[in-house]
Write a protein of this length. Structure first.
Length: 230
């Protein structure tokens, strides 16, 4: 992906459940953003020279697939409360983001025995990842169930791009996410292809190429809009 998309790409390592339950992964993502900000502030006097030379800190995107998409969403919300200047996050890219909820969706029931994310495994993932005592309507799992002041915060998110596939048990959750974001005034670009399943780009080179093309188009479009604003 780094060879195909016109951007400097940083891959973030994060702590895993069950040893480190959520929000540990979100904390690690925010730590990475803080590191990037510090690099930008240090400049040539102490920062990574290659990063200072090649990166445009005013056009940063957060991207993740599956659980990474969930992390992008939650890290994006946390970033709204931080002073990351001169870093500016202009877009969130969520490829097949991993969300859930207590009530079953049609796609979850239709694909209950999915070979990638069967329902029983999906439930186990959340049992091992969420804070102890939390159910699947916790905000880390089900952003659609969030109420109160968090709604206004969601409306401050930057441009979002959401991708999904009809053969993914989580696709209805992803569609619900798009509707929720749009209802709160977030500018959302989305792509839902009926031909595909969870993680399909890892198995099908054509789907991988489609992902690269979609991300390139989104990054280019948002970056050009940022130029117009400046």
């Amino acid at each position: 992906m780094a060879a195909r998309i016109p951007a400097v790409i940083l891959s973030v390592e994060y702590r895993l459940a069950p040893e480190h339950r959520l929000p540990s992964a979100y904390d690690d993502a925010v730590d990475a953003l803080t590191w990037v900000r510090n690099q930008a502030l240090r400049g040539v006097d102490g920062g990574e020279p290659w990063l200072i030379e090649l990166a445009d800190f005013t056009k940063c995107f957060l991207m993740g697939s599956s659980s990474g998409g969930n992390i992008v969403y939650n890290a994006g919300l946390r970033a709204l409360d931080l002073d990351l200047s001169p870093v500016r996050i202009v877009g969130l890219i969520m490829n097949q983001p991993y969300f859930g909820g207590v009530d079953r969706t049609e796609s979850e029931m239709k694909l209950v025995n999915d070979r990638i994310v069967p329902l029983v495994v999906n439930d186990l993932f959340w049992d091992l990842s969420l804070p102890k005592g939390a159910d699947r309507d916790h905000e880390y799992c089900n952003p659609v169930a969030v109420h109160g002041s968090q709604n206004q915060k969601i409306g401050r998110l930057p441009r979002c791009f959401v991708r999904g596939f009809g053969g993914d048990p989580l696709v209805d959750r992803q569609r619900e996410l798009v509707k929720m974001l749009e209802a709160r005034g977030v500018h959302v670009t989305f792509s839902f292809d009926e031909d595909g399943f969870h993680g399909v780009e890892l198995f099908d080179p054509r789907k991988a190429q489609a992902l690269y093309d979609d991300v390139t188009d989104f990054v280019t479009s948002v970056s050009n809009e940022s130029n117009d604003v400046v």
